[in-house]
Design a binder for this molecule. Structure first.
Ligand SMILES: Nc1ncnc2c1ncn2[C@@H]1O[C@H](COP(=O)(O)OP(=O)(O)OP(=O)(O)O)[C@@H](O)[C@H]1O
Ligand SMILES: [Mg+2]
Length: 484
């Protein structure tokens, strides 16, 4: 049913004569629309014909219950009434107010004119019974024909507007639903992409860690190889010396036994002399303690490196712990020594007043390592292989209020102007294939800013060098201090 064509009117009244009157008035409009339209035009300020009062489809009910049935049936047929004239007094059945209340339960859109000759109900009583409504108009008997006709036209027009609004609203709702669905789909897609990115980032970090561990392993192998070699050489030397000493002691034993028996012979004395000459005790008594001391030094060097490696890697530490930054930096410097020692000296300046910092030790070490490796590369670009003097890397810590500050300063090339805005971007590198992948600073930024709520920045001067400044919050520690 097209809503604009619906002009169904229901009349509910127990008086046959009233039904006839309504039909006359409404149908009179059909035959005599000119006069009515003029009246309507005057009333509503509308052009004539806009309120053409013909073509009402009128149905009658003699009682409220019958009226309700008709409303129900019309709804089932898909042709609801647009408006109804309902009498107030309709003995013996429901009165008008009750009829309206019941009809609205079934079809709340129905526009109603309540027709009354008496003041059976006050307006307030009516509202109390059926609720406040803009679908209800009261018409006092006796009727004015023009009023009836115009009420019918106006309320039918109102019913149409209501239907139009409904369909607009449901159209809008459908559009909103569609948009919401699109947004949800886009959101889900975005979430998937974010998850993908996070996964990729973890993989990248893992790859970078593996790469730097591989790189470090070569350096560490070299670091450990040197002391192990001289520990080996010294031990072999002590082993040989021990053979010589044993031979000499054996000759001394023989001489001693002969002396006890008073049977010392010149041969025995000669054998002792030549064994003593072979062993060279004067030399051995200086060299053996030296060899042992060197070996002990070598062992402690290896122990130092192994301990640094252990401290550097922090396997399995995925929670923040209170970290002594100086110790952590020292072990990272040791582990990375093969990266810097040919091109630079590393100087550390640790603030003894810096309290432990709550952080992820493995990740913090990775950041320091990345910065030291970068510094070494930048210095290597200045000093070449270090044959004509090395550069310097100064690693310092400082307690600054609620912050722990770490500075890594180098005497390298400085960051070129065009690269400064991009150094923290993932995969930005100015290094050749095999030397850099552009992940070091992106990871450092992620670790410092996202994971520790800190900041990372740099100061740089072309030709002079660069300082990276990491600041980590000490908040938790300072609250503890305050509480104490
Ligand atoms: N201390 C520094 N001095 C000069 N330039 C630097 C310094 N640190 C970083 N850079 C510049 O920033 C770029 C990005 O550094 P980043 O550590 O992210 O990547 P990379 O060192 O090139 O590669 P990767 O660290 O993945 O091996 C470097 O290629 C370099 O141009
Ligand atoms: Mg790097």
């Amino acid at each position: 049913m097209k809503p604009t064509t619906n002009r169904r009117v229901l009349i509910v009244d127990d008086n046959h004569a009233i039904h006839d009157d309504f039909r006359k008035i409404l149908c009179a409009g059909k035959n005599n629309s000119g006069a009515m339209d003029q009246a309507a035009a005057a009333l509503f300020d509308e052009p004539q014909n806009a309120t053409t009062s013909h073509d009402f489809k009128i149905d009658s009910a003699m009682q409220g219950r019958e009226g309700l049935e008709r409303v129900r049936q019309a709804l089932q047929e898909g042709e609801p009434y647009a408006m109804a004239f309902i009498d107030v007094r309709m003995p013996p059945g429901w009165d008008g107010v009750e009829t309206i209340a019941r009809i609205w339960e079934v079809y709340p859109d129905l526009q109603v004119v309540m027709c009354t000759a008496y003041s059976d109900y006050s307006w307030d009583e009516m509202i109390a019974k059926i609720g406040q409504s803009d679908r209800l108009v009261i018409l006092k008997k006796p009727f004015d024909n023009v009023e009836v006709l115009q009420l019918a036209n106006a309320l039918i027009a109102k019913w149409h507007l209501l239907q139009q609004t409904r369909s607009h609203v449901s159209e809008l709702e459908a559009r909103v639903r569609e948009r919401t669905k699109e947004i949800e789909t886009a959101h889900a897609k975005l979430q998937t992409e974010i998850d993908e990115r996070n996964k990729m980032e973890i993989q990248l970090r893992h790859a970078q860690k593996m790469e730097s561990i591989g790189q470090l392993a070569a350096g560490i192998a070299h670091e450990i190889n040197t002391p192990t070699q001289y520990i080996g050489d010294n031990t072999r030397f002590v082993q040989d010396a021990f053979g010589d000493i044993t031979r000499l002691v054996t000759e001394y034993d023989k001489l001693f036994s002969a002396a006890e028996k008073g049977a010392v012979t010149p041969e025995l004395i000669g054998a002792v002399k030549s064994a003593a000459a072979a062993a060279d005790m004067a030399y051995l008594s200086v060299e053996i303690p030296k060899a042992i001391q060197q070996s002990l030094d070598g062992v402690s060097r290896v122990t130092h490196i192994v301990r640094a490696m252990k401290e550097f890697s922090h396997p399995g530490t995925t929670e923040k712990t209170a970290v002594d930054l100086a110790k952590a930096i020292q072990s990272t410097v040791t582990v990375a020594s093969n990266e810097w020692k040919y091109v630079a000296d590393v100087v550390t300046e640790f603030d003894p007043a810096l309290p432990p910092v709550s952080c992820l030790p493995g990740e913090f070490n990775q950041v320091v390592l990345n910065l030291i490796v970068n510094a070494s590369h930048a210095i290597a670009d200045v000093v070449g292989d270090g044959g004509n003097g090395k550069g310097t890397i100064i690693v310092s810590t400082r307690h600054d209020g609620d912050w722990a500050e770490v500075r890594i300063r180098d005497t390298g090339t400085g960051i070129p102007e065009h690269a400064r805005a991009k150094v923290f971007d993932p995969f930005f590198t100015t290094k050749g294939v095999g030397k850099g992948t552009g992940q070091g600073l992106a990871i450092a930024h992620n670790v410092v800013v996202e994971k520790h709520g800190g900041t990372i920045a740099f100061e740089t001067e072309t030709g002079k060098g660069t300082t990276f400044i990491i600041r980590l919050p000490l908040k938790a520690a300072s609250t503890e201090r305050k509480a104490a």
